[in-house]
Structure formats: structure tokens, C-alpha cells
Design a binder for this molecule. Structure first.
Ligand code: HEC
Length: 214
């Protein structure tokens, strides 16, 4: 009887573990040649500039210590109770930045917090808010980012201790706290005919890390 109970518990544990691995696994998305700037319209790039400003992309993706850094090239240091985290280079450099990312790869990172390579991203990158962005906003943002100057610069490695440094832990966080999904306007919330998407209202999350104007 005890043997059977034990076997049942082990079996359930193994099944749960396999289920979690299935949940946590994302395939890499194929690299692309960085798209030509001429493949985006001026209006689209301009709309993307507004989305990027509302999402504080440059604030979190531009280094402020060590004498500052080039815009959007990452390496912005964020202190957390667990250790420092550094933001990624999101300029169109194909090696150091996101130049080899398709629009689909950018969309997946914003909606699900998973990099092009299939790696779980740390929620210091507020994808739990960006998940609400529309396809149009993400296309415009992609046009804007891909037409910025490419910067060949690496970020410092994160200083999270083991086992928090294991990316699979982020999938556990997602399982407990993260609900992906595009914002759906609720007509009952309409005022003067416009609805402000919740992810934009939610942006103050980035406020404590905004660098002071210099
Ligand atoms: C509150 C700070 C913060 C804001 C705001 C922010 N990011 Fe990030 N972002 C980060 C951090 C930190 C990482 C690195 C996460 C990690 O190492 O898992 C990151 C990672 C990323 C990545 C993954 C890059 C890679 O190589 O894996 C992309 C893409 C990205 N951010 C795009 C954006 C865009 C676009 C915006 C604006 C809409 C934005 N981020 C706004 C902090 C931020």
C-alpha cells in the first residue's frame, strides 16, 4: 500500500515536472538580415517613436553609470534586492543588439517575456505590462528600433546569485504571477470616446528607474 502511494506520488511529481518543462520551453526564432531602413514608412517610424517614449525604452536601455552610454545600447544597471541586473542592447546591431530579430521575435519578447533565443527574461523588463500592447503598436515600435543607429556594445552580466540566475526560474514566476494577453478595450470604460490602454496607464512602474535629466 505504502509502495503504491509512493509510486503514485513520484509519478505525479514526474508528470508535473514534465508539464512544467513543456510550459517553460520556447523554441528559438530564426535570425534575419537586419531590415533596410527604407522598408519602413516615415509615419510608422514616427508612431514607433511615441510608443518607445511611452514605454520608457530609452530610459531603461541606456547606461547612466560609467560615464553614460549610447542610447538604447543597454547596460543600464538596475539594483534589486537579489543583485544587480543590466538591460540588453536593443539597437539594430545584429550581434550585440536585436538587429537579427524579426518582428515576430520582438512581439514574443514583449508579449511573453521570452528572447529570440527562447530564453526567459527577467520581469525587471516590464513585459507583464507590455503584453497588453497591440500588434500595430509593436509593428511601429519595431520600425522605430530597427532604424536607430546600431551600437556594437555588450552589457555586463547580471549579478543574480545561483539558483536565481537560472532562467527557468522565471518560468515559475510567470506561472504564478503573469497573465499574457493583448489589452481589449472595455466599452463600459469609454470616456469622451477614447480608451487609454492599461499598459500605458501602468507605465509608472518604470518611474523609479528613470534617470534624472542631465
Ligand atoms: C524598467 C526598465 C525597462 C523598461 C522600461 C524597458 N526595458 Fe527592456 N529590458 C530591461 C531589462 C533589465 C532587460 C534584461 C532582462 C533580462 O536580462 O532577462 C530588458 C530586455 C529587453 C529585451 C530582450 C533583449 C534580449 O537581447 O534578450 C527587449 C527586446 C527589450 N528589453 C525591449 C524593450 C522595449 C522595446 C522597451 C520599451 C517599450 C523596453 N524594453 C523597456 C528593462 C527595461
Amino acid at each position: 500500500m505504502i509502495k503504491r502511494l509512493l509510486a503514485g506520488a513520484v509519478g505525479a511529481g514526474v508528470l508535473g515536472g514534465l508539464g512544467f518543462l513543456y510550459y517553460a520551453w520556447y523554441p528559438p526564432i530564426a535570425t534575419i538580415q537586419p531590415p533596410a531602413a527604407s522598408s519602413f514608412s516615415a509615419e510608422q517610424i514616427d508612431r514607433g517613436r511615441i510608443v518607445a517614449a511611452e514605454g520608457y525604452c530609452a530610459e531603461c536601455h541606456t547606461r547612466t553609470d560609467n560615464g553614460g552610454g549610447p542610447e538604447l545600447a543597454g547596460d543600464y544597471k538596475m539594483e534589486t534586492p537579489f543583485g544587480a541586473i543590466y538591460s540588453s542592447n536593443i539597437t539594430p546591431d545584429p550581434e550585440m543588439g536585436i538587429g537579427a530579430w524579426s518582428e515576430e521575435a520582438l512581439r514574443r519578447s514583449l508579449r511573453y517575456g521570452v528572447s529570440r533565443q527562447g530564453v526567459h527574461l527577467i520581469p525587471a523588463f516590464p513585459y507583464d505590462h507590455f503584453t497588453k500592447m497591440t500588434d500595430q503598436d509593436i509593428s511601429d515600435l519595431y520600425a522605430y528600433l530597427m532604424t536607430r543607429p546600431a551600437v556594437h556594445m555588450a552589457r555586463r552580466p547580471n549579478e543574480l546569485p545561483f539558483p536565481l540566475s537560472l532562467r527557468i526560474f522565471q518560468a515559475g514566476w510567470k506561472l504564478m504571477f503573469f497573465t499574457p494577453g493583448v489589452y481589449k478595450p472595455d466599452p463600459s470604460m469609454m470616456r469622451c470616446g477614447t480608451v487609454v490602454p492599461i499598459w500605458r496607464k501602468a507605465m509608472p512602474i518604470a518611474a523609479p528607474v528613470i534617470r534624472p535629466a542631465t
